[in-house]
Design a protein around this ligand. Structure first.
Ligand code: GDP
Length: 314
């Protein structure tokens, strides 16, 4: 057990969806949460990260800082996804080692697994086959991050761990239609179709790929659990265990938004992986299994977005 009481925990990437959720979750623990903005420390600059870390000396780090994006963003900005993520995670890990940080929780993604990995994907299918080409840049950086934690465990006996979340959604998500993931994109498209009384909603690809979705607040709960209880060389999958097709997702979103529209499938956009379901037996065996329903989660995400968003002009 790692007792969080009195610990100083740096949530790197607190302005992102995952970092924000971890900050909210840690508010109910007896620890001090540390955050730092991009204007103070540029995480792609080693010297800035090291100076700040040496001065701040956190006891633990939740590493939620990353360049993230949906299928199109990944496919069109490969350098950003590969180089920025490698730089950020290496800078933070290097500085954390020098500052003697006790616990480091690295976050990856389900796209680290081979495109055709047996489903559901278990942790040991890592590096057993070629990656999905649309997001291999991001995946390679994340795989390097897992290996970096393992290397620190092996060479320096650091109690550093990694968790791999499935597709995430929730408050703080990116709703830009070009760079977002499917959940916020379809929520926005249905909402705008409702506002403008449009008869159709365009869904990218064929609608047949299968995806699993997890609300970011459920992820944050699992991460705090892992930070307190898990100490192991292998990374841990964090998923919901519920799989839907993109078409079914669109239909559920239509119900939550309260608007029926004809789905048009845009075959010029990529499908990506045919299926991405995680095997979460390891997480369940460690003792966490506390996931809300997809419909409740979508309703929560939609309500948050409605509160925050700019008015949509017809
Ligand atoms: P992925 O899980 O890494 O493939 O990333 P995404 O969440 O971006 O895409 C998941 C699936 O949803 C892919 O098959 C997309 O083609 C499909 N999809 C359908 N409509 C949209 C949309 O409007 N935006 C995005 N990003 N994906 C969409």
């Amino acid at each position: 057990m790692y007792d969080l009481s009195g610990k100083r925990i740096w949530v790197a990437g607190h302005r992102g969806m995952v970092g924000g959720a971890v900050v909210r979750r840690l508010a109910s623990e007896h620890c001090e949460v540390i955050t730092v903005g991009r204007e103070v420390v540029d995480l792609t600059r080693q010297a800035e990260v090291e100076d700040w870390m040496t001065e701040t000396k956190p006891d633990a780090i939740v590493m939620a800082a990353a360049k993230v994006g949906g299928i199109l963003a990944n496919d069109t900005h490969p350098v950003d996804f590969l180089a920025e993520n490698l730089a950020i995670q290496t800078n933070i890990a290097t500085a954390a080692h020098k500052a003697d940080v006790e616990r480091f929780l690295f976050l990856g993604s389900s796209c680290i697994y081979p495109k055709l990995a047996p489903q559901p994907m278990a942790e040991d299918s890592l590096l057993t086959g070629p990656l999905e080409p649309t997001n291999e840049w991001y995946a390679i950086a994340k795989i390097a991050g897992i290996k970096l934690c393992q290397a620190y465990r092996k060479q320096y006996r650091r109690d550093w761990i990694s968790a791999m979340p499935t597709n995430l959604y929730g408050p703080g998500d990116n709703y830009d239609l070009q760079s977002s993931h499917v959940m916020p994109a379809l929520l926005r498209k249905f909402h705008e179709a409702k506002e403008s009384r449009s008869a159709e909603v365009t869904v990218w690809g064929s609608g047949t790929p299968l995806r699993e979705f997890l609300h970011c607040d459920d992820l944050a709960d699992a991460l705090v659990f892992l930070l307190k209880t898990y100490s192991g060389y292998d990374h841990v999958n964090v998923g919901s265990g519920v799989e839907v097709s993109i078409r079914e997702l669109a239909e559920t979103i239509a119900e939550v938004v309260g608007y029926e529209a004809k789905l048009t499938f845009d075959a010029t956009k990529p499908d990506g992986s045919p299926r991405k379901l995680m095997d979460c037996s390891r997480l369940h065996a460690i003792g966490w299994n506390n996931v809300r329903s997809l419909k409740d989660g979508i309703a929560n995400a939609y309500a948050h977005w409605l509160e925050r968003k700019e008015p949509v002009r017809p």
